[in-house]
Every structure is written in C-alpha cells, then in structure tokens.
Design a protein around this ligand. Structure first.
Ligand SMILES: [Zn+2]
Length: 185
C-alpha cells in the first residue's frame, strides 16, 4: 500500500500566520491544498493521512510521530511563505529538506519543486536545506513546501484563489506519482 502523510502547516488560530491585511490565514491555504491533494492522491490509489487537525495547531513533534507510527512512505508539509510582516516584493516557490536529508528526500523535493513552479508559473527559488522540526523528526523522505508569499500582493491573491490551490494540489499529486514511479513502484 502506498502511504502519504500530508501536513497543513500551523492551525486555524495560530497567531501571526496570515496576510498583512488579515484577509487570509495561512492555515486556510495549507489545509485547502491538503484536502484537494488528499482527494487527488486517493484517486491515484494512494492512501493519505493528515498530520494536522482543523480544530487546533498540532505540535510539530506530534505530526512527525503520527507519520513515523503509521510508517508513511513520505511526509509532505504544505505552507505559504512570508517575508517580514508587511507587503513587499519577495516572491516565488521554495521547497525545504533537512540539512542531512537522505537521497530520497532530495529526489522527492526536486519533483515537488519542479511541479509547483510549472503549475503556477511563479519564480523558482529552488530546493533548500533547513533544520525544520517536521523534516528532522520524520523517519521517511520529507519535504516542506512554500507555495508562494502571503506578503506579496500578487501571490496573496493567488493563495486565496481556488484555481491556484487546485494547481498546487495537482502539482503535489503529479510529483508524488512520479516519485513512486522513479522508485519502480
Ligand atoms: Zn507556514
């Protein structure tokens, strides 16, 4: 059985994680994309579980533990980026893996980054390495996606847009299917 753990970053009431004008919380975007991607991956015969919850900000170690206990094939955390707290020009897509990530995390992240950039036509900021808890504590290939900047007016509009959310979910699905295919699965 193919098993993917999707993680919508943060929670519905996490302070600070929103657009500068307060019109969208980051969790709204993250969880909408996770729900869309879960349905699309399900249609590909892949079993999906969610590490987040709609009612609270699940602690990061608990999210990682859920994936480890289940034995997920991969862990994908969905986020929207921010640079500072006001509107500015920072823009584009980036994907994070753990600094000492295993090779399969690199490959998965490469598929995800490429698919997300192709889907939305945004700037490619590349795959980067950062010591984030969810990519550190998960024992399977793991990547954290930053699908555009909430602090950029153009990208904030996209992040609120249902069509863009669907494009991101399709990109995640395409990347995961290709990643399995590359492993002969
Ligand atoms: Zn985030």
């Amino acid at each position: 059985m193919k098993k993917i753990m999707l993680d919508a970053g943060h929670g519905p009431a996490t302070p600070g994680k929103r657009t500068p004008d307060g019109s969208m919380r980051e969790f709204e975007f993250n969880s909408a994309v996770a729900d869309l991607a879960a349905a699309m991956l399900g249609a590909e015969g892949i079993t999906v579980r969610l590490a987040h919850e709609a009612g609270r900000d699940v602690p990061l170690s608990e999210r990682a533990r859920k994936a480890n206990t289940w034995g997920a094939d991969a862990f994908i955390s969905i986020h929207a980026n921010a640079y500072g707290s006001g509107w500015n020009d920072a823009n584009g897509i980036e994907t994070y893996i753990y600094p000492q990530a295993q090779k399969q995390s690199e490959i998965l992240a490469g598929h995800l980054q490429q698919a997300l950039v192709a889907a939305g036509g945004r700037k490619n900021r590349g795959v980067k390495r950062q010591n984030f808890a969810v990519v550190r504590e998960t024992r399977m290939p793991a990547a954290l996606l930053e699908c555009g900047f909430m602090t950029n007016k153009t990208e904030a509009a996209l992040l609120k847009n249902t069509r863009y959310r669907r494009q991101c979910a399709r990109a995640i699905t395409f990347a995961v299917v290709n990643w399995y295919y590359g492993r002969g699965l």
